[in-house]
Design a protein around this ligand. Structure first.
Ligand code: C2E
Ligand code: MG
Ligand code: MG
Ligand code: MG
Length: 278
């Protein structure tokens, strides 16, 4: 009987593993179709000046309108997209839409034109034509390079990759700004800050969300903001949900932020109404 039980357990496990693999394969095929079939979508979360509330830019965040599972966030499919190589075409698609959005925001004779900030996966930089494609896309849409920011993660920078650093330098020389996303959450040494061409540090939500509750967290954020200023970098705090967090960040000298306190990521049409009010 005990033997039978053991066998039963093994049998119970296997179908689950099988299901997981099948689901992944299905999702991969579906993601392929999503790209071809217009199921992807980009939302834009306002980035604001904390002191005035003025919108200075928007972060582009990809979404997938899955035919049966509903609207999926990037957590549900970006890893898969990276593993399967689909991140390249998806990334290009997001970039093009984001630049089109920036182009549409500079209309209406607005004095302060918001920038667009795009998350870029390490995989996209592996393609030697990435920098060229970005600059060509900007030219095609008549968008100034200064209105584009690219967000990369620390993990990308630990790789000692000459071409990557040259590409970053080239984009920056053209006027595109480079931000480190989720700053402080990676395991990398800080030495890259000395070597890598950068413009902006984005303080991860895990710091922002604990700043009001803990003096230690405040000290950490204080340190990050000072470090950024010393290095001549701009700072943006992510995930601001309360006015207490916003006030504390302002006191610590962090000038910019984004989060549900101000706005959730918005569909493109809603950004126009948002800009009219902010
Ligand atoms: P991220 O770049 O750090 O983006 C910030 C995430 O925090 C977004 O989640 C945003 O919706 C969420 N967020 C913003 N404000 C708040 C807040 O006040 N509270 C909370 N709890 N969350 C907030 P989202 O859209 O689910 O994106 C998750 C991650 O997926 C992004 O993190 C980014 O790393 C990645 N991602 C998004 N779009 C793209 C893309 O087009 N390409 C690539 N490679 N990655 C992307
Ligand atoms: Mg980001
Ligand atoms: Mg982030
Ligand atoms: Mg984050």
């Amino acid at each position: 009987v005990a033997k039978g039980e053991g066998k039963g357990q093994w049998r119970r496990y296997q179908p689950d593993l099988h299901t997981a693999i099948t689901e992944r394969l299905t999702l991969r095929t579906e993601l392929d179709a999503a790209l071809a079939g217009d199921q992807l979508d980009v939302e834009y979360q306002p980035i604001v000046a904390l002191s005035s509330g003025h919108t200075v830019g928007f972060e582009a965040l990809v979404r997938w309108n899955h035919p049966t599972r509903g609207r999926l966030g990037p957590q549900a499919f970006i890893d898969l997209a990276e593993e399967s190589g689909l991140i390249e075409p998806i990334g290009e698609w997001v970039l093009r839409h984001a630049i089109e959005a920036a182009q549409s925001w500079q209309g209406n004779g607005r004095a302060n034109r918001p920038y667009v900030s795009v998350n870029v996966s390490a995989w996209q930089f592996r393609n030697s034509t990435f920098a060229d494609k970005v600059l060509a896309e900007l030219t095609d849409h008549g968008v100034a390079p200064g209105l584009l920011m690219l967000e990369i993660t620390e993990s990308l920078l630990v790789r000692d990759d000459d071409r990557l650093w040259r590409d970053l330098a080239r984009l920056r020389q053209a006027g595109v700004r480079i931000a480190i996303d989720d700053f402080g959450t990676g395991y990398s040494s800080l030495s890259y800050l000395r070597a890598v061409p950068l413009d902006v540090l984005k303080i991860d939500r895990q710091f922002t969300s604990t700043i009001a509750a803990s003096a230690k967290q405040r000290a950490l954020v204080d340190g990050i903001v000072r470090l950024a200023h010393t290095l001549g970098l701009e700072v943006i705090a992510e995930g601001i949900e309360t006015s207490a967090e916003s006030t504390l960040l302002t006191v610590l000298g962090c000038p910019y932020g984004q989060g549900y306190l101000f706005a959730k990521p918005l569909p493109l049409p809603a950004t126009y109404a948002w800009l009219a009010r902010h």
